[in-house]
Design a protein around this ligand. Structure first.
Ligand code: RNT
Ligand code: ZN
Length: 418
């Protein structure tokens, strides 16, 4: 079967495959730079472990160690993935001149100039993240620390990041989503749960007092349930982050990472709940296995369900800022990157090929039998043909065609790094 036949099968359900392909091609998806180097960045000692409750496991050879290597690997992934992309950077990926170094409270736009050039040359927008982890100034708390000096340092870091985000937005002519996440929390039962939260709230207030144009810089607050080493208490819990965003709708938006909830909770269901109140939200799409393990995103049920909600709730028209957030150090990192990016594109396409209006009508009419039957029958439509057409139109390899290229890149480039 070819694309034309698949198109007819979908047309019989009133689904326009061409319109879906066209729509998806323009949707920006923010791709995290940190899959390429196991979240190390360039501003701290790479031999020190990650802190802040995030962890990479595995030591597959070929990790990017320099900006040049990371850019080359990112490029390789870009060549293999369809769709409109943004580059998602962390502050720890600042690029310094020879002999230069600036601590995180002193970072400046110029430290991201090379990334701006990288993005401009490829027509990419950029998103940004202050890096509140893997740094000697984590005591272990950052923005919620009782220590005035520690807190001040991290507030200055946050403000510097607002300025850098404005620079990225200005230079690239696209909004910059700036996500605030800290791993602040405690391993064991705290004696004071409210103090750190009040300090965290005040610290974010101060960061957001740095001037910025909310149409261009979009600060987000990301919540989390727990992290490794901070099992008992997380300062930026779901209720904290959501309440902060709700109380400051004119300044920031909430961000949900689907690895950051109890394993029986699903972010797909939370998307319409938040969009009932917030004009705009942001997502980190990942794959948690038993905890926030950040496995490579699959074309699995929950990823598809998340994408269905994004599509049905009008998220593709600017209401949902879509980003990926996973990192696997146990397999070829370029392949890991590519698989996750392609899978998200697949899930978005799958959602766009769902006859959402017809299914909604069945629900509203109370015809749950027909709804079940129709939803199940959708699963065996010739989706692969439409996906192939999407890849072809984007000028990227189809499934079955890209992995050899990654193997060649591994042999020619990655394997020479150790
Ligand atoms: C950690 C959060 C956070 C980070 C990145 C690197 O649990 O998900 O978003 O993964 O900022
Ligand atoms: Zn995240």
């Amino acid at each position: 079967m070819g694309y034309m036949e698949a198109k007819e099968r979908y047309a019989a359900l009133s689904v326009d495959t061409d319109a879906a392909l066209h729509k998806l091609a323009a949707v920006p998806v923010s791709i995290h730079c940190w899959q390429g180097d196991d979240v190390r960045g360039f501003d701290t000692d790479p031999s020190k472990p990650l802190t802040g409750g995030i962890q990479t496991t595995g030591n597959y050879p070929g990790r990017a160690r320099t900006p040049e290597e990371l850019m080359a690997d990112f490029d390789e992934m870009l060549r293999l993935c369809p769709g409109t992309k943004k580059l998602n950077l962390h502050a720890s990926y600042a690029i310094f001149e020879e002999g230069e170094w600036a601590d995180r409270d002193r970072l400046e736009p110029k430290h991201f100039k090379k990334w701006v050039e990288f993005c401009k040359a490829r027509g990419l927008g950029a998103d940004f993240n202050p890096t509140f982890f893997s740094h000697p100034k984590c005591d272990p708390l950052t923005l919620s620390s009782p220590n005035e000096e520690t807190r001040r340092f991290w507030i200055e870091h946050g403000k510097a990041c607002i300025r850098i985000s404005s620079y990225l937005a200005e230079e690239l002519g696209q909004p910059c989503v700036m996500n605030i996440w800290t791993g602040d929390g405690f391993k064991d039962i705290p004696a004071d749960r409210m103090g750190p939260r009040v300090r965290y709230r005040e610290a974010i207030d101060e960061i957001l007092s740095e001037p910025y144009d909310f149409a261009k810089v979009k600060p987000c607050i990301e919540s989390k349930v727990f992290g490794i080493g901070v099992e008992a208490y997380t300062v930026g819990s779901a209720e904290f982050a959501l309440s902060y965003a709700a109380a400051n709708m004119d300044k920031c938006i909430p961000l949900m990472d689907n690895g950051h909830y109890h394993p029986t909770e699903v972010v797909s269901d939370k998307i319409p709940a938040l969009l009932t109140f917030f004009p705009e939200i942001a997502l980190h799409i990942t794959r948690p296995i038993r905890w926030d393990s950040d496995h490579v995103v699959l074309f699995d049920d929950e990823t598809r369900e998340i994408c269905k909600e994004i599509v049905r709730c009008g998220g593709l028209d600017g209401r949902v800022n879509i980003a990926l957030d996973y990192f696997d150090a146990s397999i070829n990192r370029v392949a890991a990157w590519t698989v996750g990016v392609r899978n998200l594109q697949k899930a978005l396409l799958y959602a766009l090929l769902t006859p959402n209006d017809a299914l909604k009508r069945l629900q509203d009419e109370g015809d749950f039998t027909a709804l079940l039957v129709k939803q199940e029958e959708m699963k065996t439509l010739p989706f692969g043909e439409v996906w192939d057409a999407y890849c072809e139109r984007a000028g990227v390899p189809k499934d079955g065609e890209w992995f050899d290229e990654v193997k060649r890149y591994e042999q020619d480039v990655l394997s020479k790094r150790n």
